[in-house]
Design a protein around this ligand. Sequence first.
Ligand code: SF4
Length: 232
Amino acid sequence: MTKKEYLEFLDEISRMFPDAHCELLHDNPFELLIAVVLSAQCTDALVNKVTRDLFEKYKAPADYLSVPIEELESDIRSIGLYRSKAKNIQGLCHRLLEQYGGEVPKAHEDLISLPGVGRKTANVVVSNAFDTPAIAVDTHVERVAKRIGLCKTNATVLEVERKLMRFTPRERWTETHHQLIFFGRYHCKATRPNCETCPVLSLCPFGRKRLSAPKKTNRSKKKASPSHAEAT
Ligand code: SF4
């Protein structure tokens, strides 16, 4: 995909999702940091369900350290990987108090030094909490970037992030991040993407190939099935 085509794609998805935004509920940078840590391999909807009560109980880093880890685990146990997430949350709260006066640091390199905080989490926090342009690559962003042919299918997450940053005007990084997530979450879904009605189909090699592939009928499926062949 050329840069010109990519910019056409961006214009289209910003028409589709002009109000794309961070769907993790939060009132301040600290709550956002906790929510993003919890969201690894978990839906935003489930995280929001848990943080509604969690943020009532724990308002500041010291609150998370005032309870035994088992209690925190129990408070977040409906979320996947809750044991390691509870450990990381207490670890990062400890570091926030020890090194940053209980505040969430604004610098990307400080954020990624915290337990459980990787590039994606740090990018989400700096862009949403501190208005620093960034493009966080989550599963939706990665899938879309590969399907439209912006990146090769074997590109790493870091390569995808770098390509997106190179092709996207810096002032559009944060909105593009949200629009790519909305586009991947609600339109170019992992299974059954809406290629038939997709406004960027003409730009997308994956969609064109998918739609031109012969559809499998029940009959051809039966023919292909070894167990059916044996039975007949
Ligand atoms: Fe996604 Fe299909 Fe659109 Fe390509 S054509 S961007 S695969 S929905």
